[in-house]
Design a protein around this ligand. Structure first.
Ligand code: FE2
Length: 413
């Protein structure tokens, strides 16, 4: 039995204690019975671990692998990856995947959904991701999307490769309808996605309408199909940039239908503000979906990193607080209430999208949480607080000292 004391649990008043046995939270309260081991969290903010629901782990640190993405667009990114993806091996891929995960975990992430390119008959990325998932099963919730980066139909045999990837153990069906060669093929890929999810009982995560084209409306079909099948809560629409460019009267009607299905949204703020609006002069679009409006409607939205130094995006370090900071700026979400709830966008909302059942600082759940260098939600967001500790099943994954000033003039002391 061990006890974490002086925890300021997000959403709760005052200081709490957390009693842990066999990796589970046994009790949370002001004053709990003594335990053999006591860990002082010194009044810092405690919340459920960061979740990154959209990350291309097979691409991490490949920005320098081939020709550069000169236009900075999504479509050239796909072309550059396609040219260089054959020059790798399962071992090389595993080494990069581990490095990417380590970067995220050292910043408090304990759950990642990764979109692995399966338009590759050798399944190099999928094999690597499945092996790393099994290696790290006690440390990290890793979900794998069978993602046809070059299309289910634009790539010869793409749909069959997605199905094969599900048989090999991928957790989610992916698609990229806006990249298919014609609208009809994009729609066909959405039908196939839902059929495969039903056949293999898997989750869905579609790269959906990642374009400024306001007429790219694959979200409408995806939402309708999962609504009819009753699997909206098991479905995520990633990016949906075009929904940010759509006409208001169209969006108004869609909002009601999106709420009805229970579909989840994943927005990648740093990535999409960088990739989108490339054909605009001025005014230049922000490229994000309607994060604020979806959230106001009670539709589940979360933020994700998407890339770490790959042909689409040269930066990215797995720091979800940085993603959150960009996201609430770009989406204009800074009312007192929005700031108070901002952490949800990189924690509980992501967990809901991933359908994680064992998540939250609550009795009966695994003792998984992070400690932020802040004493309130506002301070955490305003100061972009560092993660001081990450605890998994009651064990400390890492702990770091808060940053200290070592020398200062009198005024700055
Ligand atoms: Fe992506």
């Amino acid at each position: 039995m061990k006890k974490f004391i002086n925890a300021r649990i997000k959403g709760q008043e005052g200081l709490s204690q957390i009693l842990v046995e066999h990796g589970k939270i046994m009790a949370v309260g002001e004053k709990l019975p003594p335990a053999e081991e006591k860990i002082d969290l010194k009044g810092k903010l405690v919340c459920a671990p960061y979740v990154d629901p959209h990350l291309h782990l097979d691409y991490v640190f490949t920005a320098d692998m081939g020709e550069k993405n000169g236009s900075g667009t999504l479509f050239e990114g796909i072309q550059r990856w396609s040219e260089s993806k054959g020059n790798t091996s399962v071992e090389e891929m595993k080494e990069r995947i581990r490095r990417g995960i380590k970067k995220e975990m050292l910043q408090g992430v304990q759950a990642i959904r990764t979109h692995i390119d399966v338009t590759d008959p050798t399944f190099t990325g999928l094999k690597a991701a499945l092996e790393v998932k099994s290696e790290l099963k006690d440390l990290l919730d890793l979900q794998i999307v069978a993602f046809p980066q070059e299309g289910m139909y634009a790539y010869q045999g793409g749909a069959q490769l997605v199905e094969e990837a599900l048989k090999m153990g991928a957790d989610c069906v992916g698609a990229i309808p806006h990249y298919e060669l014609a609208r009809e093929f994009g729609e066909k890929s959405i039908h196939t996605t839902v059929e495969l999810a039903m056949k293999y009982d898997r989750l869905i995560d579609v790269h959906c309408d990642e374009t400024d084209d306001s007429m790219s409306r694959f979200l409408e079909l995806l939402n309708a199909l999962v609504l009819m099948e009753g699997i909206g809560s098991k479905t995520a629409a990633s990016h949906t940039c075009s929904f940010g460019s759509a006409d208001n009267s169209y969006a108004f009607r869609m909002m009601k239908l999106l709420k009805k299905s229970g579909i989840n949204f994943i927005s990648c703020p740093t990535e999409n503000i960088y990739l989108q609006g490339r054909q605009d002069t001025y005014p230049k679009r922000r490229g994000l979906t309607r994060v604020k409006e979806l959230n106001d409607q009670g539709i589940n939205v979360c933020f994700a990193q998407d890339s770490m130094s790959d042909p689409w995006y040269p930066l990215g370090n797995g720091n979800m607080m940085m993603i959150l900071d960009h996201g609430i700026h770009i989406a204009q979400m800074m009312s007192p209430e929005e700031i108070r709830n901002a952490l949800d966008l990189v924690t509980v909302n992501g967990a809901k999208t991933m359908n994680l059942a064992d998540y939250g600082v609550e009795v009966g759940k695994s003792a998984n949480f992070i400690v932020l260098d802040a004493e309130s939600e506002f301070e955490a967001v305003c100061e972009r607080a560092q993660v001081l500790a990450s605890v998994r099943k009651g064990e400390i994954l890492f702990r770091r000292e808060p940053a200290v000033v070592t020398e200062a003039t009198d005024f700055l002391k």
